[in-house]
Write a protein of this length. Structure first.
Length: 300
């Protein structure tokens, strides 16, 4: 594996670094190797030198992931604070690197008078995460506005791919294996700047009224089952406020699980399992996590 002393890579490399500060639940063990790239060319060099057998995880704002307390083997590449370029290519066309926050691209495009990505102001993640899972809220989803993406493969080779190379569905995107998104090109509709900014303001007011902002959580924990709302099912089971260890169900929105500051990843995972079991027992509907659960449990 690469070491922190590897001089040819310009980004930050650190061994056994805690991942708790790199995810919105603020839990989780260490990464075998933590890498924060300088730019896309730096990533290419890193990929070329990373042994093929070393597992690799890409992480943005960590807002849709639960990292277990034993940490993650192999390398973790963090785009948070890196890959933050965003620019207008042509009238209605925007290129954004994957480290750009969803809130930032929503406001950037609105100020240009472009419509389509206002909903992204309500997504607590990055463009990369939004691409990976076709993130959406308030009636909008990411991929209908994408016309091509830039990727990099395990050998450090860069690619530009059309949307047709991907199978996109609700919170799921399937594309060429062993490739990671580095940038997205969006095609948006011209409109009125004031209207776009007002839409963002209204969406954020709606989110703040209904969701527990400002507390360690990952956003919606469970996918909405067909013809059901996960939050309403959990609420109907009387689970608001229910806790395991330092993790509890938000009183404001039942599909949000909160870390009170003392939770472990094991507390959160046990709470997820308990909620899913209770909803299935009481309503006959199985809830499945929207969040990705990764890593190893803590050693006993």
């Amino acid at each position: 594996m690469l070491t922190p002393e590897k001089q040819s890579v310009r980004g930050k490399i650190e061994s056994n670094a805690s991942l708790a500060e790199y995810n919105s639940w603020r839990v989780g063990g260490p990464a075998g190797l933590l890498y924060i790239p300088a730019d896309i060319d730096d990533i290419s060099l890193f990929m070329q030198q990373l042994p093929e057998e070393t597992p690799l995880l890409w992480l943005g704002l960590g807002s849709n992931i639960l990292i277990r307390d034993g940490g993650v083997e192999g390398a973790v590449l963090v785009t948070q604070g890196a890959l933050s370029g965003i620019m207008q290519l042509d009238s209605g066309y925007i290129r954004s690197e994957v480290g750009v926050s969803c809130a930032q691209i929503a406001r950037y495009t609105a100020r240009l008078g472009l419509h389509g990505l206002e909903f992204m102001a309500g997504i607590p993640g990055t463009v990369g995460g939004a691409l990976f899972m076709n993130a959406g809220c308030y009636g909008g989803e990411t991929w209908p506005h994408v016309y091509q993406v830039e990727t990099i493969d395990r050998q450090g080779q860069k690619h530009i791919r059309p949307v047709s190379d991907y199978q996109v569905s609700y919170r799921h995107v399937l594309g060429p294996p062993n490739e990671w998104f580095t940038a997205a090109h969006f095609k948006l509709q011209p409109g009125n700047k004031t209207d776009a900014l007002n839409t963002i303001r209204e969406l954020l007011e709606k989110r703040n009224a209904a969701q527990p902002t400002g507390l360690p959580n990952c956003g919606s924990t469970f996918r909405n089952p067909l013809n059901h709302s996960a939050g309403r099912l959990i609420d109907a089971c009387g689970l608001k406020g229910f806790r395991i260890g330092g993790a509890y169900v938000s009183e404001k929105h039942a599909n949000f699980l909160i870390n009170d500051g003392s939770a472990t990843a094991a507390d959160i995972e046990a709470l997820i399992q308990s909620i899913a079991n209770t909803v299935e027992q009481q309503h006959g509907v199985r809830l499945y996590p929207e969040v990705c659960i990764i890593g190893k449990p803590a050693a006993r």
